[in-house]
Design a protein around this ligand. Structure first.
Ligand SMILES: C[S@@+](CC[C@H](N)C(=O)[O-])C[C@H]1O[C@@H](n2cnc3c(N)ncnc32)[C@H](O)[C@@H]1O
Length: 299
C-alpha cells in the first residue's frame, strides 16, 4: 500500500458484492444492499443496465476466472461464521483490513457486539467519507482503528480504541494477508493468539503458495499472474502465500487449532445449487476458520 492512497482492491471487492446483490434473491449467494453506494459512480451506472452487467461479468471472468462467484461465496462463508460465533457468545468482532465491508451494518446479529474496524488509514478515511452519504442503522459500539499492519502495533491501537483482551472475540481478515509481508502476518497472528478471551476464533484467507511460485496452472492462477498485483510497480502487490497443503502446521505452530479449512471447491459444494451449479469459483485461495489454542489462552 502507498502512504495516503486508499485501496483500489477494496473497491473491486465491493463492486463484486454489488453485482452479486443485483441477482434475483433465490440466486444470489450473498447480499450487500450498501455495496453499490460505495463504488465509484461510473461503476454504479454500468451496473444499472442488464446488458452492460453481462459485459462486466464477461470481462471480469476473463481477467479473473471465478472471481465474482468466489468473492460472493467468501462473503457468505464469513457471514455464516460471524452469525455462528455471535450465537456462541462472541462479544467483540475485529474486522482487519475492513475496506468497504458493510457487515457492521448489514448483520443485525452485530447490534450488541463491539465492532472494531481496522484498516489502512487512507482506505478507512475513504470509507468514512462514503458512509456520510448513505443512511445507516444506528451502531453505538463501533470503533474505527487506523492501522498499517506492516508498521503499526495492532495491540496498542486496539487497546486505545477500547478492545478488551479478556472477552471472547472473533477476528476476520478477508482478502488481506496476500498483500502483507510474512513478518506482519506472524506478528498479527501472535497478537490474536495471546490477547483474546476463551473460545476466541479467527477467520482469514490466503493465497496458495503455488500461485506465487508459478507452479499452479489453474486458469485463474495464470490470469492473476498477469495482473498488476504481480507487477513490480503494482501498488497492492501479492507478497504472501501459504503452502498449499500446510495450513494445519502453519496454524498449530502459531497457537491456533483448525476448525475448518475451505477451498474454492468446497465453497462451491456448500453454496451453489440448481441454476448456480454451473458458476465457476476460483481455486487459488484457502479459507480458514481457526480457534485460539487453549494452552495459550489467558486464565
Ligand atoms: C482486497 S481489500 C479487502 C477489503 C475487505 N476486507 C473486503 O473484503 O471487502 C484489502 C484490504 O486490505 C487493506 N490493507 C492492505 N494492506 C494493508 C496494510 N499494510 N495495513 C492495513 N490494511 C491493509 C486495504 O486497505 C484493504 O481494505
Amino acid at each position: 500500500m502507498k502512504e495516503g492512497k486508499a485501496s483500489f482492491s477494496a473497491e473491486i471487492i465491493a463492486a463484486m458484492r454489488a453485482l452479486e446483490s443485483r441477482r434475483p434473491e433465490h440466486l444470489r449467494i450473498c447480499h450487500d444492499p450498501y455495496a453499490r453506494h460505495l463504488i465509484r459512480s461510473r461503476f454504479r451506472k454500468f451496473a444499472q443496465n442488464k446488458f452492460i452487467t453481462k459485459l462486466i461479468y464477461w470481462y471480469v471472468e476473463r481477467k479473473g476466472p471465478g472471481l465474482p462467484a468466489g468473492i460472493a461465496a467468501r462473503t457468505r462463508y464469513i457471514d455464516d461464521i460471524v452469525k455462528l460465533e455471535v450465537d456462541n457468545g462472541a462479544q467483540q468482532l475485529v474486522i482487519m483490513g475492513a475496506g468497504l465491508d458493510m457487515r457492521t451494518f448489514r448483520l443485525e446479529e452485530l447490534r450488541n457486539v463491539h465492532v472494531f474496524e481496522v484498516d489502512f488509514p487512507a482506505t478507512q478515511e475513504l470509507k468514512k467519507q462514503k458512509l456520510t452519504e448513505i443512511e445507516l442503522p444506528e451502531r453505538s459500539k463501533l470503533s474505527y482503528v487506523p492501522v498499517d499492519f506492516n508498521k503499526d502495533n495492532l495491540g496498542e491501537k486496539l487497546t486505545d480504541a477500547g478492545y478488551d483482551p479478556k472477552l471472547k472475540t472473533l477476528f476476520i481478515w478477508e482478502g488481506v494477508t496476500m498483500y502483507l509481508d510474512a513478518e506482519s502476518v506472524n506478528r498479527t497472528l501472535a497478537f490474536v493468539a495471546s490477547n483474546t478471551g476463551k473460545g476466541s476464533t479467527l477467520y482469514f484467507d490466503y493465497l496458495m503458495q503455488s500461485v506465487l511460485d508459478g507452479s499452479c496452472k489453474y486458469p485463474e492462477a495464470t490470469a492473476v499472474r498477469k495482473t498488476k498485483s504481480f507487477n513490480s510497480d503494482g501498488v497492492e502487490k501479492y507478497t504472501f502465500g501459504i503452502d498449499d497443503t500446510g495450513i494445519e502446521s502453519f496454524l498449530s505452530s502459531r497457537g491456533f487449532k483448525l476448525l475448518e479449512h475451505m477451498t474454492g471447491e468446497s465453497l462451491k459444494t456448500r453454496y451453489f445449487f440448481g441454476e448456480n451449479s454451473s458458476r465457476y469459483v476460483f481455486r487459488i485461495c484457502g479459507f480458514v476458520h481457526a480457534e485460539v489454542a487453549r494452552e495459550l489462552e489467558k486464565p
